[in-house]
Design a protein around this ligand. Structure first.
Ligand code: SF4
Length: 332
């Protein structure tokens, strides 16, 4: 039997793909939503809305890091304290060498980490506590751990007795890499990647919603170019500005995560966004200053500025009140 697995994110593309599958009366459909615990409430509500509007069941899968955290705690308790030592490092700007203290795990850091290293039931936060850091463009462990792995477990179970088609809502116009992807691809054994909306434009995606009387996720009318984690580590400056103006509670929530993850890290340093997210952060990196990484509140303030972060955008706060800021022209 062929099983058609559709991963729903609450975004426009996966919704259009689900509508296409239902329109074609595709058999053996299985809808799944991988919950990172770091999405906006409107996305959770939207998944509920899709279930009732389309009369389908969307399975929720969520990683549980309880066991990994307990192993990590045991290891931290066992490890012997490492002494702080120093290395010579060249300052790129001045060309001079200086002694830099390399901080390893010491008893104080270990106790500090053990105090916060407890499962919270929020997969995104638990994963960051476990790693003692946030994901980044270079270390994008969030999508593999929180989205691919839990859905992968479902696929493995299905593959025991079925052929599995994974419907992927990627589109060629999104990037050069995506444009090179084939529509149908065998990835080994009975596992296939199927990309039915590869050639679609974003206008066709929203037209599909309209055709079936399905509302798009309301976040698209509130300045979000994409729907997923709020914010995503790849969040654009303009999108962060919208989040900071419209959903300041989300910025506070991430700030709380930063506090916990900093405490769980070896160096007592960690920030949601990469150190080079802001121009000031880039300068600090150039000069090898790795302490005082820009925290979410600083980055959110920077997002409201113009001219490379030097000027505060006086209209930013008002903009959220007066326009719906949809990247896709969904304003009424
Ligand atoms: S949406 Fe962004 S932050 Fe969330 S899992 Fe994907 S890459 Fe990571």
């Amino acid at each position: 039997m062929r099983v058609n697995l559709i991963s729903m994110s609450g975004g426009k593309d996966s919704t259009a793909m689900a509508l296409l599958a239902l329109e074609r009366k595709t058999e053996n459909l299985r809808f799944v939503f991988a919950d990172t615990g770091h999405e906006h409430q409107q996305t959770y509500d939207y998944i509920d809305y899709l279930e009732s509007a389309l009369n389908i069941t969307i399975e929720r899968v969520k990683r549980d890091f309880t066991r990994e955290i307990s192993v990590r705690r045991a290891n931290l308790c066992k490890q012997a304290a490492t002494k702080a030592h120093y290395v010579r490092k060249k300052n790129k700007a001045t060309g001079k060498y200086k002694k830099v203290r390399v901080r390893g795990w010491n008893n104080r850091a270990r106790v500090r980490a053990l105090n916060v290293l407890h499962p919270t039931g929020i997969p995104f936060l638990d994963l960051c506590l476990l790693k003692g850091r946030f994901p980044s463009t270079k270390a994008r462990f969030c999508s593999s751990e929180l989205k691919h792995n839990p859905i992968g477990d479902l696929i493995v179970n299905e593959l025991e007795s079925n052929e599995v088609y994974i419907w992927q809502g990627v589109r060629a116009e999104e990037s050069k890499d995506r444009a090179k992807l084939p529509e149908l691809e065998n990835v080994g054994g009975g596992l296939w990647n199927y990309r039915p909306i590869l050639k679609w434009t974003w206008q066709e995606v929203f037209a599909m919603h309209h055709k079936h009387g399905i509302k798009p996720n309301p976040l698209y009318t509130q300045g979000m170019g994409r729907v997923g984690c709020m914010p995503c580590i790849h969040c654009k400056k303009s999108e962060l500005k919208q989040i900071a103006n419209r959903f300041p509670d989300e910025i506070d929530r991430v700030s709380h995560m930063e506090t916990l993850v900093r405490l769980a890290s070896k160096r007592g340093e960690s920030s949601f966004f990469a150190a080079d997210k802001t121009p000031e952060g880039k300068d600090r990196l150039k000069n090898d200053i790795v302490s005082s990484m820009p925290l979410i509140h600083q980055v959110a303030e920077w997002s409201k500025t113009t001219r490379g972060g030097k000027m505060f955008d006086l209209f930013a706060a008002e903009e959220a009140e007066i326009s719906c800021s949809s990247e896709y022209g969904l304003c009424e």
